[in-house]
Design a protein around this ligand. Sequence first.
Ligand code: SF4
Ligand code: SF4
Length: 351
Amino acid sequence: MDKNWSEMNKEMQALIAKKATFMEGIEKLLALRESLFEQVTQIVTTFPEEAFCRMPFAGAEGYHSKTLAYSIWHIFRIEDIVAHEMIAEDQQVLFSGDFQAAIHSPIITTANELAGDDIAAFSSQLNIRELYRYAQEVMRSTDRILTRLNHTDLKRRFGEDMVEKLRRTGCVSGAESAAWLIEYWCGKDVQGLIRMPFSRHWIMHIEAMQRIKNKLCRLARKGVDPIAYCGFSCNHCFLSAWCGSCRTAYNTCSYATVSPDGKCPNAACCQEKGIDGCYECSMLETCEKGFYTPANDGANAARAQAVYIRKHGKKEFLKVQERLHEKHVFAKTQEILGQDWREGLRILEES
Ligand code: SF4
Ligand code: SF4
């Protein structure tokens, strides 16, 4: 489990358990949820539509064997049901906003009953933007419920009436792989529900989503030119574990993720000019776009590499990268090439 999330989760559990620190614990819980939700946002805003119904770990044991779309649906359907049917005892977000039709979901259940190809088929039907809007609404709505709780609510338990009520909603399938959920939730008090599904359940599924997205990126990069538009080598880049390259639809490099359209400015500019990379551009030495932004500490390392490619070609550049990584231990090339591109070029040429 991610160390930061795991620690936040542990601290939150300890804080909410005590009356004196209960509210502090709820604040920690909201911060944890916000940090986890950022991952969902990043995936939805940077990944292509087709990514959401792919199962790169199909058949594996564990949450990562699902799709990205399934994971989002499942996390937030469960939360919606538990938060509204059990804790607040009001209407679920799915029904209050007519989200089912907008998402194009054929089901209202948690989807636990789906397996194998049915997961991919279900995922391919969903409107991801609407699904994301639903997830956001559920999160905000649960956050409001959580902030209204007080310490004495934690020990509230649920009886047979709740079991019956949940069955009547039809939101949990009667299939063996799903039906157990109702007894499971009703066996907990509110404190237990804060753990599952409002915090730990998110962590487990969002970590699985990260595994899925990283694998999709690795698959996307296969057979693709490993030289990034700006002059970096994707084969040697410390971000390559989770970036699918600026030459594919799975580009999650830093400048792509912070750009409003999810596209790196250097990649967009090269494509507009119809050139293979910034190394073919006459403005390379003075350009301040995207990765070459003066405030970016990797700007001149990228520039040095792009100039090297222009002078010696991609093949030689990849060989130099190999030699640099054999000689030195580093994550970012600027650690070796420094902040002056001419000096960086000299280092590359002498390596
Ligand atoms: S961040 Fe840039 S260099 Fe690194 S893998 Fe992504 S596109 Fe390639
Ligand atoms: S103007 Fe800058 S970003 Fe555009 S191709 Fe030239 S060097 Fe690359």
